[in-house]
Design a protein around this ligand. Structure first.
Ligand code: H2B
Length: 99
């Protein structure tokens, strides 16, 4: 899959306002906060299943109710549509907990 660059990259990032772009890595990152650990882990379980189904996996960190996710495509050494799609999936999954 091709790396996102130029206008395509700008449009992808515009659709992900909660995510921060790391130009050095060609990665996007977002921190999610939940009511408690159980909700955070339930969210992680959903993301894990989505990642496995896509064969596209996050770099992530969890402490209690916080989950920090970084997405980049290692095979492309940068950001691709796979990262963008999984980021949108994570945003939607988080919104389901917001209630
Ligand atoms: C061998 C396996 O298909 C590859 O390593 C897949 C797995 N998951 C992946 N996840 C991410 N984020 N980037 C990849 O390039 C990638 N490649």
């Amino acid at each position: 899959m091709e790396k996102l660059q130029g206008q395509g990259l700008a449009e992808a990032l515009a659709g992900l306002p909660h995510w921060h772009y790391d130009a050095a890595r060609g990665a996007i990152a977002r921190e999610f906060r939940f009511r408690d650990f159980a909700e955070a882990f339930a969210f992680m379980t959903q993301i894990a299943l989505a990642a496995e189904a896509r064969n596209h996996h996050p770099e992530w960190f969890n402490v209690y109710n916080r989950v920090a996710i970084t997405l980049t495509t290692h095979d492309a050494d940068g950001l691709t549509g796979r990262d963008v799609e999984l980021a949108h999936y994570a945003d939607a999954a988080c919104a389901r907990f917001a209630g």
